[in-house]
Design a protein around this ligand. Structure first.
Ligand code: JF5
Length: 243
């Protein structure tokens, strides 16, 4: 998969994309992230990419000329997506859709906004990573890239089994523990040390369900509520959740 990122901070994208899971995906030839400098095609001495808004007001706006020029100079993989608080909300379903493509490109807005013609005449769409305002789109772009990269075949080492995935998709994670079994008097639940894989699996599913019901009932709603089997499972694991 090819991902081009248009930004005034290409070194920021290169720095992150060269490490950890993204760096390994690149080394394995599964992903090619290319950071493209929005100043590359500027002609003025200041290499300007922003200007004050028509109609007045504070702040600076990303100009159409340098941005169109940077994009047109390389004819990047499409769709070209603007990271934008006004875009569609990015979620796991959007990540899966992007992971099905051969490539796409991201444009990082900065400053107080971008000239509207960049949105309407250059970009194919916009994505927001949530109701938060950032100084620029770079961190949002990296969120999108990492979420998509880990879905690409071969990128993750320990692929979860399809069976477990179908049980737990759309639920919060169950509590995990590692050694020691007794940490300052806080004990690991007995079932996890029992060696009974059936009991462990049932306990984990019950924990995932309870946690999701308590903290993210919207996610239970989205799955169409609880099945009769899930209700029974929760009743059989009636002890307090402890969180
Ligand atoms: C940006 C205009 C881009 O703040 C963001 C953002 C928030 N969620 N997703 C992206 O991007 C920077 C600010 C203003 C365009």
């Amino acid at each position: 998969m090819r991902i081009d990122v248009f930004t005034i901070f290409p070194e920021l994208i290169d720095g992150y994309a060269g490490r950890s899971i993204l760096g390994r995906a690149a080394e394995a030839g599964l992903l090619e992230v290319t950071a493209r400098d929005l100043r590359a095609a500027t002609t003025d001495v200041h290499r300007s990419v922003d200007d004050s808004p028509f109609g007045g007001g504070a702040g600076m706006v990303l100009m159409p000329e340098p941005v169109f020029a940077a994009v047109e100079a390389v004819d990047p993989p499409r769709p070209l997506i603007l990271l934008d608080p006004a875009g569609h909300t990015f979620d796991q379903a959007a990540a899966r859709d992007l992971a099905d493509l051969d490539g796409f490109s991201l444009l990082c807005g900065r400053y107080e906004g971008v000239d509207e013609r960049i949105r309407t005449e250059l970009c194919d769409g916009g994505l927001s990573i949530g109701d938060v305002v950032l100084a620029g789109g770079e961190l949002a772009a990296l969120v999108v890239i990492e979420a998509v990269a880990r879905l690409l075949p071969g990128v993750l080492g320990n692929e979860a089994s399809v069976d477990e995935e179908s049980f737990t998709s759309g639920l919060l994670e169950y509590p995990q523990y590692t050694r020691p079994a007794d940490f300052r008097g806080h004990l690991v639940p007995e079932v996890l040390r029992s060696g009974d894989h059936g009991r462990v699996a049932a306990w984990r599913r019950a924990q995932s369900l309870r946690r999701t019901l308590e903290r993210r009932p919207d996610l239970i709603e989205r799955r169409g509520g609880l099945t009769e089997e899930e209700r029974t499972l929760l009743e059989e694991h009636g002890e307090p959740s402890g969180d």
